[in-house]
Design a protein around this ligand. Structure first.
Ligand code: BGC
Ligand code: ZN
Length: 370
């Protein structure tokens, strides 16, 4: 069977021929891979900045944003049956007995760093025709979502963030503002930094969660992104013509910032606009470009005097996958066109080179495999 693999030692990327995997334990399922999305992490791996092949292998099969169809189920395969659609989760636990996170199935919060990730770190990914894995890492997805289900994994980033936001905001009265005589005036206001797939999916999830959402971005093709953002009820603020202070004036009190660009200067410049009791969530992974300057006194004063919280979040656990599937279903009902518009290209496996080099443009591009 064919697979897209990177060879870090010889700095090559190509289609390789591999033996079809077989179910090797009663608790496993075998999948035919249908679609795999391409993201910034894949591109980074293809620039040889990130990514680790499995032990003893000189190559890594790419792909972690995937959709598969069950074709075979072991006798203890968790109730799956052939024909079921599933989203495989990405991360697998470390083996250390003392890692309470991994021991409880929360490898997205692994303490040791010795977790593995399919298609990223120490395990082959899903840009291949068939894959075998433990049934417990598969999240079932309804057939109606077939067309857009490949968006589930990138959406889990926002879902995990939102679950944490609700949890940390239990520290205070955190409810929508009621204007006497007028009922619910507005809910919280969120700013999303970035209009790539993670930003746009995050903006949709925030809108569904009741946030008045503003997307601030310097995206190429800004006009189309602006239309897309407005079509699902959020607002687009172009960074080319609006400074961060302009943005803050447009939004008013900022209750949440969801950072999805990985540009640290922008993120830290944004911090001083945070409102009281606000939360700032980092999801981007910046390249190391050297120090930037930050007014640390101002930052610390605000954090303390305004009860603010900053946190970073990576990967996602099962509850975030389930929340993503639920939200994606809501998106397709409320905004069918906008949801479909997030997937801008379907390519055959042979089209990997342009996609992984980032030459294809668009929002989310996917390899259609099966
Ligand atoms: C994936 C995460 C993963 C992270 C770091 C992201 O692209 O969506 O699942 O944890 O990369 O490797
Ligand atoms: Zn661990």
């Amino acid at each position: 069977m064919k697979a897209v693999a990177v060879y870090p030692s010889s700095r090559k990327i190509g289609i390789t021929d591999l033996p079809e995997p077989k179910i090797a334990a009663p608790t496993q399922v075998k999948l035919r891979m249908l679609e795999v999305g391409i993201c910034g992490t894949d591109k980074e791996i293809c620039r040889f900045d990130y990514g680790t092949p499995p032990e003893g292998s000189d190559f890594l099969v790419l792909g972690h944003e995937s959709l598969g169809e069950v074709v075979e189920v072991g006798p203890d395969g968790g109730g799956f049956k052939p024909g079921d659609l599933v989203i495989p989760s990405v991360r697998r636990p470390c083996q250390h007995p003392e890692c309470v996170a991994c021991r409880q199935g929360r490898q997205d919060f692994c303490y040791t760093g010795d977790f593995t990730e399919r298609g990223i770190k120490g395990r082959h990914g899903y840009m291949t025709e068939f894959a075998v894995d433990e049934a417990r890492y598969m999240v079932p997805v309804p057939r109606e979502l077939r067309e857009v289900a490949v968006l589930v994994e990138p959406l889990t980033i926002a879902e995990k963030a939102l679950i944490q936001v609700w949890n940390v905001q239990q520290r205070l009265p955190w409810a929508c503002e009621i204007v006497p005589g007028k009922g619910k005036a507005h809910c919280h206001r969120a700013v999303v930094l970035g209009a790539g797939p993670v930003g746009l999916l995050g903006a949709m999830a925030l809108t569904v969660a009741g946030f008045d959402t503003f997307v601030y971005s310097r995206a190429a093709g800004a006009e189309n992104r602006a239309k897309l953002v407005e079509s699902f009820g959020a607002h687009y603020v172009p960074a080319e013509t609006n400074s961060i202070d302009d943005l803050a004036k447009i939004v008013g009190t900022i209750d949440l910032v969801y950072e999805a660009v990985g540009a640290s200067q922008l993120a830290f410049d944004m911090l001083h606009t945070l409102g009281p009791n606000a939360v700032f969530v980092f999801t981007g992974v910046p390249g190391r470009k050297g120090p930037v300057s930050v007014d640390t006194d101002l930052l610390m004063r605000n954090l303390v005097l305004k009860n603010q919280i900053l946190f970073g979040t990576v990967n996602a656990g099962r509850e975030a996958f389930e929340a993503a599937i639920k939200d994606l279903s809501t998106f397709t009902k409320r905004w069918p066109d906008a949801t479909k518009a997030l997937i801008t290209g379907h390519f055959p496996m042979e089209g990997f080179a342009d996609l992984l080099a980032g030459r294809a443009g668009g929002i989310k591009n996917v390899l259609s495999i099966g």
